[in-house]
Design a protein around this ligand. Structure first.
Ligand code: SF4
Length: 358
């Protein structure tokens, strides 16, 4: 990889700011690193219009020779296919957003969309549309509106920071936000969802670790999909986070042709536990536009989960979860009412019947 960045020193490579400022973003750069055929250019550019590509040099090095990881970062023709069930807002964020950037879908918790930046853009991203809209969320009025909403809803005791990637923010901004959250008596837990430890482990600096030392419990849910992502840099970042008192858990998206087999999921779940990261969620790929080629039938996911449980036991077995309209459903046999060739009918958390396509 160094040959693709001949001017990078060891210090540069280990600097998260250098990594971010040298992200691979256009066809020529992708072509150079992944040896893409010039014939792919037109499709690459069309798919990029729907959702821009970007990856850190670190993650480019990790995925350069891994066919499965490449599928998750290189725009391809499959993304141009339209699927009947896909929608721009698969999680119904707009419906549940009383304040721009705040999603209130469940009684006790709200999710704050911290921005539209990520270190790497995943081709299967659920919030493609939100990221593409590139809205400025962190305006001075944002916190005031969030605070008002929280005060009016005393049942809320947990804030989830998501996005975009919350760890993309500068420490100073993140620290200010943490202090504001901690100043609210009603908030007892902070949760952060981030892929940054996987795609930019250099971001886990001493200064960030200090920022993450909060008075109330902080859970970091790491988005990780493949055992190849359990690099030594990642493990060191996870170790540093654990030492700083952050509770680590994982979320994995089940992706066809990437990780939908036991030979990938077993070492991933085992490796996570060994790095003190509790496997928490295995997500069915959401119904975002251009993602049908990533979706695995729910029944296959259930079979994979059964195998994980049989091989590794409960500690290494995540919940298998889908997020259809109306809210999350744990995909377990008791929540599957019936199925057909098109998909499954699920019992939602509210007791209603919802369809989820294969
Ligand atoms: S890190 Fe998360 S929010 Fe960002 S592109 Fe990937 S899936 Fe989407």
């Amino acid at each position: 990889m160094a040959s693709h960045f001949p001017d990078a020193s060891f210090k540069d490579w280990n600097s998260w700011k250098w990594q971010l400022s040298h992200r691979v973003k256009n066809f020529d750069e992708f072509q150079r690193i992944f040896d893409l055929s010039p014939d792919l250019k037109e499709t690459f550019l069309k798919a990029s219009e729907g959702f821009p590509p970007a990856l850190t040099p670190y993650y480019a090095a990790l995925s350069q020779f891994n066919e499965n990881l490449k599928k998750t970062v290189i725009p391809g023709f499959e993304e141009l296919r339209e699927d009947l069930f896909e929608t721009l807002d698969p999680l119904e964020d707009k419906k549940y957003s009383p304040v721009t950037g705040l999603i209130h879908k469940y009684p006790n918790r709200v999710l704050l969309l911290m921005g539209t930046n990520c270190a790497v853009f995943c081709r299967y991203c659920t919030r493609k549309e939100f990221i593409r809209e590139n809205k400025e969320i962190l305006k001075p009025s944002f916190w005031k509106s969030v605070k008002n909403h929280l005060t009016q809803n005393p049942l809320i005791d947990e804030i989830i920071l998501s996005g975009g990637d919350p760890l993309f923010m500068e420490d100073r901004i993140l620290k200010g936000l943490m202090e504001k959250i901690e100043s609210l008596e009603q908030i007892k837990i902070i949760r952060i969802s981030s892929k940054i430890p996987v795609v930019l482990p250099q971001r886990i600096t001493r200064s960030l670790l200090k920022t993450l030392k909060t008075r109330i419990p902080l859970y970091l849910n790491i988005h990780i999909n493949h055992p190849a992502e359990l690099s030594s840099d990642f493990k060191k970042a996870a170790e540093d986070l654990v030492r700083a008192g952050v509770v680590l858990s994982s979320q994995t998206v089940l992706l066809k042709g990437v990780n939908d087999d036991i030979k990938h999921l077993l070492p991933l779940m085992k490796g996570l536990l060994q790095s003190k990261i509790r496997p928490y969620a295995l997500f069915q790929c959401d119904l975002a536009p251009g993602t049908a080629h990533f979706r695995t039938p729910v029944k296959k996911g259930l079979e994979l989960l059964r195998e994980i449980q049989a091989e590794l036991g409960g500690m290494a077995s995540p919940h298998f979860i889908a997020d259809p309209k109306g809210g999350k459903v744990i995909l377990a046999p008791q929540n599957i009412i019936r199925d057909n060739d098109q998909g499954v009918f699920l019992k939602s958390g509210k007791g209603t019947e919802v369809f989820y396509p294969n």
